[in-house]
Design a protein around this ligand. Sequence first.
Ligand code: PRT
Ligand code: ZN
Length: 217
Amino acid sequence: TADSKTSLRIAIQKSGRLTDKTIELLKGIGLRFDDYKRNLMVECRNFDVELLLIRDDDIPEYVQDGVCDLGFVGANVTAETGANVTVLRDLDYGVCRLSLAARKEGDIQTTEDFQGKTVATSYPKLTRDYFEENDVEAQIVTISGAVEIAPRLEVADAICDLVSTGNTLKANGLQELDTILESETQLIQTNKTLSEGKKQLIDKFLQRMDGHQQAER
Ligand code: PRT
Ligand code: ZN
């Protein structure tokens, strides 16, 4: 039907650190839906919204391409993918930073010390950009998980990874050096042309979100 075509499609992380908070937020602003854990796509019962549950890495590109109109995703992921999207809101969860770290009391202490060294990361683009800006030639080793053990395995001299409490670095004998990016969860919107119907739905959605955010304070 014409109605189902105007449904807002919102991408959220299927299963991970952002999932519970995002679901909580959506329920908090009055959206009703069920069984999101088992499905890739979930329709809201009382709002013209369907949720697409996917890996966080895919969210910025889905929103960029207009497959989804909105998405909830970490600023770190959007920055790494370099997706062309508009940030509508910065949210107060999923807060972390992308930082360089090296062995405590090792020979890497400053940015210049990275010259000629290897750095393991899941964020090759942001890491490469950082070294380029600082005129340091470091070799980037891209790995998808457990980056913090790379120095011990001698896969790399240092790492560039997300940090929140700093406990993971500490537990692995690593010392946080420079921060490349401060991150939090963001609500992003596609830059593709939207129908009037969708624009109105987004306005309504944002009004509810902002009202909810205020009520929480
Ligand atoms: O399966 P999918 O691809 O969707 O999930 P994922 O495994 O890629 O991501 P997930 O769920 O681990 O994280 C989702 C998002 O949460 C990230 O993209 C960030 O925006 C945000 N976030 C916030 C974090 C952290 N804090 C965080 N601490 N993501 C990861 N970490 C990891 C970090 O990589 C390191 O291993 O936690 C460890 C460090 O934590 P501390 O507290 O010891 O410093
Ligand atoms: Zn991911």
